[in-house]
Design a protein around this ligand. Structure first.
Ligand code: GRF
Length: 207
């Protein structure tokens, strides 16, 4: 059973798409264990509460040290038996210790075709503006596993959308988001059914 902890900072539309797929029986073998946000007023927390799911506001500022913060995060994740972390619009870099502990069991969704248009600073509308500026004829969404580098882990699945001549970043963003809402539940369905297997953790390189 995939016992999923969802981390997000904003509106939570990807979380809602995943939750709806689970509630509609489209992802047998997966459940939402808990939802965490660094932002107390994030829509994602409200969605979780509306669905009677455990919802936590948890941020670095609430803790005196990084160590206590990581303990706080792990306490919630372990307390709910989470075995997969799904980042859905989470705007903070995860603590390295958490990435190590959940190595290859953390997913993220990015609103472009990685490895292009990713990395630090490439979030939200910046991504779509960069795609338009580059004159691309297509964009899309990518689900990838998470490591210590922004938008860098193994690519698990992508879905493309066309970029129309002269279109605005808003219009492209809306089309990409619609595809995200299909892609993320599909990746989780494949993981739950065993059709997709997460890459084994890489052995860290020693210098
Ligand atoms: C999505 O566009 C996702 O690709 C990016 O952050 C956005 C989150 O949107 N990582 P939402 O909170 O899921 O609506």
């Amino acid at each position: 059973m995939l016992n999923i902890a969802v981390l997000g900072s904003g509106r939570g539309s990807n979380f809602l798409a995943i939750l709806t797929a689970i509630e509609n029986g489209k992802i047998p073998g997966a459940r939402i264990a808990c939802v965490l946000s660094n932002n107390s007023s994030a829509g994602i927390l409200q969605i979780a509460r509306d669905h009677a799911l455990p919802a936590y506001h948890l941020s670095r500022q609430q803790y005196a040290t990084e160590e206590e913060y990581v303990e706080g995060l792990c306490g919630v994740l372990d307390g709910h038996g989470a075995n997969l972390i799904v980042l859905a619009g989470y705007m903070k870099l995860l603590p390295a210790e958490l990435i190590t502990r959940f190595r290859s069991r953390i997913l993220n969704i990015h609103p472009a075709l990685l490895p292009r248009f990713g990395g630090k600073g490439m979030y939200g509308m910046h991504v779509h503006e960069a795609v338009l500026m580059a004159g691309e004829s297509e964009s899309g969404a990518t689900v990838h596993s998470v490591d210590e580098i922004y938008d860098h882990g193994v690519i698990l699945l992508q879905k493309k959308v066309p970029v129309f001549p002269g279109e605005s970043a808003d219009s492209l963003a809306a089309r990409v988001l619609a595809v995200e809402h299909e892609l993320y539940p599909e990746v989780i369905r494949r993981l739950a059914s065993g059709e997709l297997v997460l890459p084994a953790p890489e052995v860290p390189a020693h210098s």
